[in-house]
Design a protein around this ligand. Structure first.
Ligand SMILES: [Zn+2]
Length: 108
């Protein structure tokens, strides 16, 4: 997948399609377009052992690790269901993503 062409963006609600977190939903926290990956709240949680730094205690830190964006489906805010996305062009020429089920612009 080429750079910047991911179908999921920061702030999207997504559902996981496969793997250990299959069926789980969460919000996209960060995207890594170069890798085709995104970090999703509560998904693919890994325990990271942190080394003690000055004044900060070391320990086990649970945080989400990035997952492949192709393993995610965006949940349409209008029909509240996982959906495939299409593209549409607004009157001012802006290209946005649209729900293929209800046709709603999900980038507003
Ligand atoms: Zn929809």
């Amino acid at each position: 997948m080429s750079k910047g062409k991911m179908h999921v963006k920061k702030g999207d609600q997504v559902v996981v399609l496969s793997g250990k977190d299959r069926g789980k939903k969460g919000k996209v926290l960060r995207s890594y377009p170069d890798e085709g990956r995104v970090m999703v709240e509560g998904i693919n949680i890994v325990k990271k052992h942190t080394k003690p730094k000055q004044r900060v205690q070391g320990g086990i830190n649970e945080q989400p690790a990035p997952v492949q964006s192709s393993n995610l489906m965006v949940i349409c805010p209008a029909c509240k269901a996982p959906t495939r996305l299409g593209r549409m062009q607004l009157k001012d020429g802006t290209r946005v993503r649209a729900c293929k089920k209800c046709g709603e612009n999900i980038d507003k």
